[in-house]
Design a protein around this ligand. Structure first.
Ligand code: ADP
Length: 504
């Protein structure tokens, strides 16, 4: 605890020094979208505003240019810098964070020191096998192996930067608790983005926002820089290596429907910048893609505000009930199966139901309450009235479920995880949900060095990619908590590898 507070204080001091050092450079500011949380304050204390670099400071040339400032881009920027490269981050939106800022459940990792502390017996092999099973056996085996084998060291790497993911829960398709989140159980995204932002600031890595990369430059068969629209101008910036970390294309609903016509009319949980730009930029240079039609719908999305309701709620013990107040499926099956079960309901929506003890364990719920997404009742009967389901049915559903938790046996649907706590502490709560477009599993084809491959399977010299813009790691279905693992493990690797490349 002491270490974290100290580190937090140091980070704020360094951030303050950075801001002062930047002086007129720091012209663009944006309110942090992160909800206040005690653990965030420990890691990034004093961070109410993020400050960005003045466009006038954009140089003509860097060793490594990182396109996109979600978790993958920021991790790449830190590791490239720490490996000795001069780096800049170009972000097309008005603030850093991308979809990463919205991610909730946590970061999956196996054989971690935090699992050890809790006596959780996990193994990289088990993590590998369960992810492969969840992905329908179609995951790229080498990328997946790299992901699991480097997951624990990525948790340590973040911890060394004051980003401590010490509270562990579970998500659908995982048999062990391996989803790491901030100490107080709050959503991982805001905490991670703010923590990474401060690490970039501390290293004086320039972060340009409203900087839209529109082309990759090429010279002598190598990627040699980018073309970027910034401050009303189009500028060419040279780089010895470029890391594409532009995220997925889940905000481009036309593209989604074109690739998978069944998804026409779905809402999306994605931020507006997730339009697949990086895929198009690299394809123009001959890059290959994989699994483009594999688009994940998340089962629990509040439909009016398209707001994702974290899987951690079910991981902590919530159930799903239909409009008759009855359970209808194993809530912790993989996302594809739970989504299909909800779509098969008539009417096709469900409620995530939980109690006040669970609400205390999952801090993200406070955000949902603020947004007016949560219905409540002092008793189960009151809740049933509030969500318009039969009172007796909901009562029976909860009694049966609490008995299943006590017996550690769910005869009805065979659920075997997220059963540590009964739902018996008033008041009771429910959030109405249905599936929404969430994650694009396909994307650029990379190898374990994060080099972007062409159609012949050869690396395109100087071009690296990491995070949701890439494909292969997740196969046909991404497991909750594996996107954050992906962006940190491969973002870190892209930074290291691109920095090594520029030294050659
Ligand atoms: P990941 O989870 O893979 O890190 P995110 O969605 O969190 O992906 O972040 C990707 C970021 O890349 C977003 O902030 C998005 O706005 C940004 N981005 C997308 N296209 C471009 C582009 N053409 N130029 C600069 N930034 C981009």
């Amino acid at each position: 605890m002491k270490k974290k507070v100290w580190l937090g204080a140091l980070l704020s001091l360094l951030a303050a020094v950075f801001l002062i050092a930047c002086g007129s450079k720091a012209s663009n500011t944006a309110e942090s979208s992160t909800p206040a949380s005690s653990s965030k304050e420990e890691a990034v204390s004093g961070a109410s505003e993020k400050v960005y670099t003045d466009p006038a400071e954009l140089k003509d040339s860097y060793d490594v240019l990182v396109i996109g400032s979600g978790g993958a881009g920021m991790a790449a920027a830190v590791s490239a810098h720490d490996a000795g490269a001069s780096v800049a981050v170009l972000e097309k939106m008005g603030e850093v964070g991308g979809n990463t800022a919205k991610s909730s459940a946590g970061m999956n990792a196996s054989q971690t020191k935090f699992q050890d502390k809790e006596g959780i017996k996990d193994s990289n092999d088990k993590f590998y096998e369960e992810t492969l099973k969840g992905g329908g056996g179609t995951n790229d085996p080498e990328l997946l192996r790299y992901l699991v084998d480097n997951s624990a060291s990525a948790i340590d790497w973040l911890d060394s930067m004051g980003i401590t993911l010490s509270n562990i829960t579970t998500t659908g398709g995982m048999s062990e608790k391996r989803t790491h989140r901030p100490a107080d159980g709050s959503a991982v995204g805001g905490y991670l983005v703010t923590g990474l932002y401060h690490n970039l600031a501390e290293r004086e890595i320039p972060m340009f926002v409203n900087a839209d990369v529109t082309n990759l430059e090429e010279k002598d068969g190598k990627i040699s820089g980018v073309e970027v629209k910034i401050d009303g101008k189009t500028k060419k910036v040279a780089a010895k290596a470029v890391v594409i970390a532009t995220g997925g294309f889940g905000a481009d609903l036309d593209k989604v429907a074109q690739l998978n016509p069944k998804l026409k009319g779905y809402v999306t949980t994605n931020q507006a910048g997730s339009t697949g730009d990086g895929i198009a930029l690299a394809e123009a240079k001959g890059a290959a893609t994989v699994d483009m039609e594999q688009i994940q719908i998340h089962p629990t999305v509040e439909q009016e505000k398209s707001y994702l309701i974290t899987e951690a709620i079910r991981g902590e013990g919530a159930i799903l009930v239909n409009s008759k107040g009855e359970r209808f499926f194993n809530e912790l099956e993989t996302r594809d199966k739970v989504s299909a079960a909800i779509n098969g309901l008539e009417p096709n929506y469900a409620y995530v139901v939980f109690d006040s003890a669970l609400k205390d364990r999952v801090k993200a719920i406070a955000q949902y309450e603020k947004k007016g997404l949560v219905k409540s009742g002092e008793t189960v009967a009151d809740l049933a009235k509030a969500i318009d389901v039969p009172e007796d049915a909901l009562q029976t559903t909860l009694e049966t479920w609490n008995k299943a938790v006590a017996d550690k046996s769910d005869a009805a649907f065979g659920r075997s995880s997220g059963m540590d706590h009964a739902l018996d502490t008033a008041p009771y709560y429910a959030i109405k949900i249905a599936p929404g477009v969430h994650h694009t599993m396909g994307g650029l084809k990379i190898n374990t060095n994060t080099e972007v491959l062409n159609k012949e399977g050869q690396a395109i010299p100087g071009l690296y990619a990491a995070g949701e813009v890439t494909g292969g790691v997740h196969g046909k279905n991404r497991i909750g908590g594996n996107a954050v693992a992906d962006i940190i493990v491969f973002g870190r690797q892209a930074g290291e590898q691109s920095a090594q490349f520029v030294k050659k």
